[in-house]
Design a protein around this ligand. Structure first.
Ligand code: FAD
Length: 450
């Protein structure tokens, strides 16, 4: 068959979700993938990084307990075994995803797709026509001039997941979620970490107070953190990389990770064939219904809206529901949850205080430190805080930093989405002892108007 109700390009979280939902609705569906099922998320992103962080979490936990003089000794990670486990898990998931597609009658086509008309896609020499097209081709690691990865010492996030052993030192350029999570993993294996961030603070997308707290906590782990300085260039010296900063300072490290953002996978898609417009380095422009052209949707990283797997999945579902007439409302994701994982985690759902202020709204904040929380204390990692952001008495955002903070994200998202007030908090019981109690404490704490 070469005519499909819905064709999806890209089998990452966005495309896979779209293809499965469309087939469950009884549509004929083709899913085209040039590499591996699962996209960035499964193969080089969320999943391998969390497998690595999960496997080494006990090292950090035992360190915390040994600082309390409750245990001592050494544990060595077997990096080769960990890589093997990661590969086995990823392969098993490929198989499970393939079976699920087959079971639901999705036609999986392996190859590189391009548009060949307003209603046609070509894979190799085969032309397929569609009723609706969902473009979900994702993104790839970005770099700036002078930082091009050589994939040996100057690495991107994909390369770093493939290292056989812990480098003696690692310079991470870019202190967003990807850079910080990867740095944390290698820190646990004994690597000396240098972080260089051009913005005035690390985790620049997060609340300033949360980011500053994180900074302080990472400094206590002896990370060398440089903020507000650009990297002028990288020199591969053979046994190390020299990172030259714009002010002339230099940092030497065994390996360098370039984690300065992502770029869209739109090259070679021939999007002009269907009049699809691009912005910036090639992000697909979409309207309020995630449409890039009549009958063509663009979801996930490739539209540049929110570069997170759950955002891609949510958009993939929306695009199919809109195409099938199940919804006519504009796409509205609500308070986007997001986390930075690791020994010290950051989570956010909804707005920061600064974002609300820019929007011209009255803003108040309330906080609770994790120090008083019994679960944080039990883990021996009680630094950090939860911060709530209010406008006119209604909760608009929650951010947190500290051990296990990511566990708060879904509850916080629901609270913000449902417009909780302090009264709503009093109507709920929070189980004891849980980290959720710190969230409750932040919400009922006195509010400070900004
Ligand atoms: P992708 O997952 O990038 O998938 C796109 C797919 O399209 C790929 O399989 C690609 O091969 C295919 N493709 C591209 N062009 C073509 C073509 N022409 N023809 C056929 N196929 C094509 N997000 C989170 O929410 N939580 C996390 O913890 C998290 N951690 C991350 C850690 C790292 C190191 C990285 C790099 C990313 C992380 N992300 C995380 C981001 C997340 O991986 C992405 O937001 C998500 O994968 C985007 O999904 P997508 O479907 O839009 O695209």
């Amino acid at each position: 068959m070469s005519q499909f109700d819905i064709i999806v390009i890209g089998a990452g979280p966005g495309g896979y979700a779209a293809a499965l939902l469309a087939s469950q609705r009884g549509k004929t569906v083709a899913l085209i993938e040039k590499e591996h099922l699962g996209g960035t998320c499964l193969n080089w992103g969320c999943i391998p990084t969390k497998l690595y962080l999960g496997a080494t979490a006990h090292l950090e936990g035992l360190h915390a307990q040994s600082r309390l003089r409750l245990c001592s000794g050494t544990i060595n990670m077997d990096m080769a075994a960990l890589k093997k486990r990661k590969s086995a898990f990823v392969s098993a998931t490929h198989k499970a995803m393939g079976c699920c597609l087959e079971k639901h009658g999705v036609t999986l086509i392996l190859g590189r797709a391009r548009l060949s008309g307003a209603k046609a896609v070509t894979v190799d020499d085969r032309e397929l026509t569609f009723g609706n097209l969902v473009i979900a081709t994702g993104s790839s690691p970005n770099w700036f001039p002078g930082m091009e990865p050589d994939h040996s010492r100057i690495l991107d996030s994909t390369d770093l997941l493939d290292l056989e052993e812990a480098p003696e030192s690692l310079a991470v350029i870019g202190a967003g979620a990807i850079g910080l999570e990867m740095a944390d993993f290698w820190h646990r294996l004994g690597t000396q970490i240098h972080v260089i961030e051009a913005a005035p603070r690390i985790a620049p997308a997060e609340d300033e107070e949360i980011a500053q707290t994180l900074h302080g906590m990472l400094k206590r782990k002896k990370w060398n953190i440089v903020t507000g300085k650009r990297v002028a260039g990288l020199v591969n010296e053979g046994d190390a990389v020299l990172v030259r900063l714009e002010d002339g300072a230099e940092i030497r490290a065994a390996k360098t990770l370039v984690a300065v953002g992502r770029k869209p996978n739109t090259a070679g898609l021939c999007l002009d064939q269907a009049g699809v417009a691009l912005s910036g380095p090639g992000w697909i422009s979409t309207d309020e219904f995630l449409r890039a052209a009549p009958d063509i949707y663009a979801v996930g990283d490739v539209n540049g809206r929110t570069l997170l797997a759950h955002a891609a999945e949510h958009q993939g579902h929306y695009a199919v529901r809109h195409a099938l007439g199940e919804t006519s409302a504009p796409y509205e994701p609500g308070p986007m949850p997001g986390c930075i994982y690791g020994s010290i985690e950051v989570m956010r759902a909804g707005s920061t205080a600064a974002e609300l202020q820019v929007a011209g709204r009255p803003v108040a904040v309330s906080r609770a430190n994790l120090g008083a929380n019994p679960i944080s204390q039990a883990h021996g990692q009680a630094q950090g805080l939860v911060k709530a952001v209010w406008s006119d008495g209604v909760l608009h955002g929650v951010s947190a930093v500290g051990h296990g903070a990511s566990h708060l994200v879904t509850l916080a998202e629901i609270m913000v989405r449902d417009g909780w007030t302090v009264e709503t908090v009093h109507q709920h019981i929070f189980a004891h002892p849980t980290l959720d109690e710190a969230l409750r404490d932040a919400l009922v704490a006195p509010q400070e108007a900004l």
